[in-house]
Design a binder for this molecule. Structure first.
Ligand code: FES
Length: 102
């Protein structure tokens, strides 16, 4: 089972999830990584769920067109849209606070 590690606001959250888990869907039903994951649309349109992949990026599929459109050059820095990913392997993520909250 994939182990998800999320770094957010200086804290680290870790839990095991079922294979093919979408973290935005899980947060939507108030399971880990709720309430520590920021997201909005769940459809690849807002980029609120963007996270930098610190480890495990090699197991992810190539970015889809929504990720390319929303993330642009941030893709090369390792960012992905969590609402567009169904996880099959361990992954370590960093979600930076929204600029408005900083
Ligand atoms: S939640 Fe809006 S792009 Fe992922």
């Amino acid at each position: 089972m994939p182990i998800v590690t999320l770094h957010k606001n200086g804290s680290t959250y870790r839990d095991e999830v079922k294979p093919s888990t979408n973290l935005v869907v899980r947060a939507g039903i108030k399971q880990f990584p709720y309430p520590n994951l920021a997201y909005q649309c769940g459809m690849g349109k807002c980029a609120t769920c963007a996270c930098k992949v610190l480890a495990g990026a090699e197991h992810l599929p190539p970015p889809n067109w929504k990720e390319k459109k929303q993330l642009g050059e941030r893709l090369e820095q390792g960012y992905r849209l969590l609402c567009q990913l169904w996880l099959e392997h361990d992954i370590e993520l960093l979600q930076e606070p929204a600029a408005a909250a900083a």
